[in-house]
Structure formats: C-alpha cells, structure tokens
Design a protein around this ligand. Structure first.
Ligand code: BTN
Length: 264
C-alpha cells in the first residue's frame, strides 16, 4: 500500500538520535529504521539487544490487539517498537501496558490535543476515532511495546473502525504540525523512561492521568470476550494492577482482558 510519497517526511535515524535526550541516547543499545518489515514487534522480539528501538516505514503484517491487523500505509504513521529486558517480571504487565498508554497520551495532550482520551486498556482515541494503539508482547523476560500512531494517512478502506490522523487534528485546531522524526524521538524517550522506571515506580504515578484521560468512566460499557460472550456494566476506572473495574448489579468486578465498547 503506497502513500503519496511526495508528502512524506522520511524517518531519519540521525535526526531521531540527535533529538533524543542524552540519557535516552546513552541507555539505548540499538535503534534501527526499517524500510519494510513484517512487524516491528516481531523484529524487536528477535533482537538480542535491550533496550532496543525500531521503526518501520511499512509493515507487511502489522499486529494489532486481539489478533487484528494494524494497517498503516507506507510512511503515513509511526510504527515503533521498544524492547526492554527485565531480570524479574514481578509487576503486572497489565499495569505496564496502562502506564505506557498514559505516557503516549500525555505526549499527545502536551502537543495541544486536549480532547485525546483512552479506552481501556490502551486505545488512544480522539472524538471517538482511533488515533493510536499499543500492543505489548512478551517473550521470557523480554517485553516489547509496539506503538502504532496515525500521522498523515491517505484514505484507507480496509480499516474497520473509525480512525483519525494527527495532521487532521492539528489542522482542525490550528495547531503547529510536529515532524514525524521529532515525534518519534519524544515517543522513544518517554516510553523508554517508563519501561526502565516501571519496576521501581509501578502504576501509582499513572493512575491520576489514567483517570483524567479515561473515556469510559461512569458510562455503561460492554466488555466483549474472545469467546464471543460479553458483559455489560458501569465502568469505574481501573484497579491498582490496571484491571478494568465494572459495576455489574451489586458487584464490582475486575477484568484483565476483553474489548470495551462504549457509546461516545
Ligand atoms: C491496536 O490494535 O490498537 C494495537 C496496534 C499496535 C500497532 C503497532 S505498529 C508497531 C508495532 N508493530 C506491530 O506489529 N504492532 C505494533
């Protein structure tokens, strides 16, 4: 799938590295820019270095949550994966997933996208439309977080849900556009910081921002499970491990997986 290449700012390893804060540059063991790859998550998981980051202009088999495909035409988004190795993995990965989703959403909010919000566990939406998504995968004690962010997308008919891209939002709000490479540096630096510090700081310091960005809070939502059954309740935020809290009748229940659907 080829985008209109004239309008693309190519990913540039040198620029991304130059714009990284010194601390991130020093701790990153590898950064690769790939023209084309099956999936940056798959690629990162196969590397022996950590922390390791890779970005691709195009993924032939981009992975999304719940076994879905992540579709991003050539050069039209950011497809980024970051790998970290943990000596032990005591902390819940559900919490790390939430912490990273909050990290990415804070970046977008700080760029002026005030209406950006989160749908549990890590869908980043703007006015009900998908702007970005995260996919956390694990192999042994290696964790890879994959971030897909729509930057400047052509019309794509193969994406089943409503979506939006960053440049459309910037235009709508008269905001200054950010370079793809600058954005890549911001994502790498701040997500790396979260990945590294998470075993010490845990989820606590992300809970307030989760609550601020939470689009479901207090709403009736339906949680759909892979087995095709579902449960409906009132969303009451998340617990200290990152599980979704649903008030179902008299009971407050904790859920670790499923797909939330809400009416925005
Ligand atoms: C979702 O379904 O919302 C998660 C999408 C995650 C997509 C990103 S793109 C970079 C990385 N590589 C992949 O194959 N998937 C993630």
């Amino acid at each position: 799938m080829i985008n209109n290449l004239k309008h693309i700012e190519p990913l540039d390893r040198k620029q991304i590295l130059t714009e990284l804060p010194m601390a991130s540059r020093h701790c990153l063991a590898g950064l690769e820019i790939l023209e084309r790859v099956d999936s940056t998550n798959h690629y990162a998981l196969a590397q022996h270095l950590a922390p390791f980051a890779c970005l691709a202009e195009y993924q032939t088999a981009g992975r999304g949550r719940q076994g879905r495909q992540w579709v991003s035409p050539y050069g039209s988004g950011l497809c980024l994966s970051l790998k970290q190795h943990y000596s032990t993995l005591n902390e819940s990965l559900a919490g790390l997933n939430i912490a990273l989703a909050v990290t990415v959403t804070r970046i977008l909010h700080d760029l002026g996208i005030t209406k950006v919000g989160l749908k549990w566990p890590n869908d980043i939406l703007w006015q009900g439309k998908k702007l970005a998504g995260l996919l956390l995968e694990k192999r042994g004690n290696d964790v890879v977080i994959g971030i897909g962010l729509n930057v400047k997308m052509p019309a794509v008919e193969t994406i089943s849900q409503a979506w939006v891209d960053l440049y459309t939002i910037f235009e709508e709000h008269g905001l200054k556009k950010i370079s793809r490479n600058t954005l890549a540096s911001l994502l790498i630096a701040q997500c790396l910081d979260t990945l590294i510090r998470y075993p010490q700081i845990g989820l606590v310091s992300f809970l307030k921002d989760w609550h601020n960005f939470d689009l479901s809070y207090g709403q009736q939502v339906t949680l759909k499970f892979p087995q095709a059954n579902s449960i409906t309740g009132i969303a009451c935020g998340i617990d200290e491990h990152g599980a979704l809290l649903l008030q179902v009748g008299q009971h407050r229940q904790h859920y670790n997986y499923g797909e939330v659907s809400l009416r925005l």
